[in-house]
Design a protein around this ligand. Structure first.
Ligand code: ADP
Ligand code: MG
Length: 269
């Protein structure tokens, strides 16, 4: 951390995969909620112009005057963009479609890759005593995702248990390597988490086997099952941990949170 009086600042994790629909937003919301439930203070940064994390956590469109866009491009204070959610200890900086133009606007700025990094290290951050920051990335390896990787300590990769799951992963790994070489040499891979897993489906097991063969210890032991309660929760604007606390999906995200919190030593790949 840049502030020497603060030995342990928040751990910043980018939730990234350039494929859409693999469970990035769902994992950001519910892993965030599970960490919060375990007593950690969690801040979600919605870095996707679709704003699904914001909607899924009940931030109305009318309450999104100040968003990630302003945080990145107008250097405004964190306190103006951070909002509470209905879930205790879970905060969010929301996003709107405005962010879709940010990718182009960032190109024109000198510190284009470092805007989120710098925003998350402003001293106002200390007031929040955040333990974890989870960044919900867009489905693209654009400058927004690069900003997330430059700002982060690690990358968490949701992998949908589907055909072609591993396809595209090499591109993601290449981007991580590039970010390490240029802007963030200490960037680690937090792990790959299998999402929408269906134990009765051979394909899910095949994807898991492939992932473990290719990525070894980088793959979390915890698998997130396909669970209808998980997909219903966003329409009630709460995490599945709140919508159906005893559901398999909620339980799995608690397991993932526990595994992540004990995950101090996962190797950099
Ligand atoms: P991404 O952010 O990567 O685009 P999402 O998190 O939005 O992906 O998930 C894509 C869709 O899959 C959403 O409709 C979501 O509700 C659904 N989904 C995600 N995880 C699960 C799960 N474990 N069980 C059932 N549906 C899921
Ligand atoms: Mg998403």
């Amino acid at each position: 951390m840049s502030d020497p009086t603060r030995p342990r600042g928040p751990k910043i994790i980018a939730v990234a995969n350039q494929k859409g629909g693999v469970g990035k937003t769902t994992t950001t919301i519910n892993l965030g909620a599970a960490l919060a439930e375990a007593g950690q203070k969690v801040l979600i940064i919605d870095l996707d112009p679709q704003g699904n994390a914001s909607t899924g956590l009940g931030i109305d469109a009318s309450d999104r005057e100040l968003t990630t866009y302003e945080l990145l491009l107008e250097e405004i204070d964190l306190s103006e963009v951070v909002q509470e959610t209905a879930f205790e200890n879970l905060l969010i900086v929301p996003a709107t479609v405005d962010l879709s133009s940010a990718d182009m606007e960032l190109i024109a700025t000198e510190k284009r890759s470092f805007l989120l990094h710098d925003a998350l290290r402003q001293t106002a951050m200390d007031d929040y005593a955040i333990d974890y920051i989870l960044i919900d990335c867009p489905p693209s390896l654009n400058l927004l995702t690069v900003n997330a990787m430059v700002a982060a300590h690690s990358v968490l990769v949701p992998l949908q248990s589907e055909f072609f799951a591993l396809e595209g992963l090499s591109q993601l790994m290449l981007t991580i390597r590039e970010v390490r070489q240029t802007a963030n040499p200490n960037l680690r891979i937090e792990g790959v988490v299998l999402t929408m897993f269906d134990a009765r489906n051979n394909l899910s097991s095949q994807v898991e086997q492939d992932a473990r063969d290719n990525l070894g210890a980088l793959v979390f032991q915890t698998r997130i099952p396909r669970n209808v309660r998980v997909s219903e929760a966003p329409s009630y604007a709460v995490p599945v941990l709140q919508y159906d606390s005893a559901s398999k999906g909620a339980q799995a995200y608690r397991d993932l949170a526990r595994e992540l919190m004990s995950n101090q030593t996962r190797a950099a790949a």
